[in-house]
Design a protein around this ligand. Structure first.
Ligand code: CU
Length: 138
């Protein structure tokens, strides 16, 4: 019995540590009910030895999803479309306000603070990862 428990436990731990891409603190920005767009933020950690690439994000909550980066041009903040987001080996990339973000364009309905939205992130190596992100005021 103890042996079985040991194998179950090591199997579980192996799975946890074997995750090549780990998503931390995902959240969606709360917006007024009339807003057409919002954004998804998170930290993407690559535990593998090779660069992975976030290629697309899928969501039912909006018509189109795009990877964006906010950049400063002179005194103006501008959002630019990023075709692929590279996550270098053994490092992490923060998607946060004023930087990289997943733009949710053409919201199909108002978002409620506290509700959990589901997204599918498609990575070149890690494949499809489902992310559950709460809608927050922050
Ligand atoms: Cu944007």
């Amino acid at each position: 019995m103890k042996k079985i428990l040991f194998f179950l436990l090591t199997g579980f731990l192996f799975n946890v540590f074997a995750q090549e891409i780990v998503i931390k603190n995902p959240w969606v920005r709360a917006v007024p009910p009339t807003a057409k767009n919002s954004a998804l933020f998170m930290i993407i950690q690559n535990n593998s030895d090779k660069t992975d690439v976030l290629k697309t994000v899928k969501s039912d909550v909006c018509k189109m999803v795009m990877i964006h980066r906010t950049v400063k041009q002179g005194d103006i903040m501008k959002m630019v479309h990023v075709h692929e987001l590279q996550i270098p080996p053994r490092s992490k990339v923060a998607l946060k306000p004023g930087s990289y973000h997943i733009m949710l364009m053409g919201l199909k309905r108002p978002l409620k603070v506290g509700e959990i939205l589901e997204f599918k992130l498609i990575f070149k190596n890690a494949g499809e990862i489902t992310v559950k992100a709460p809608v927050k005021m922050k």
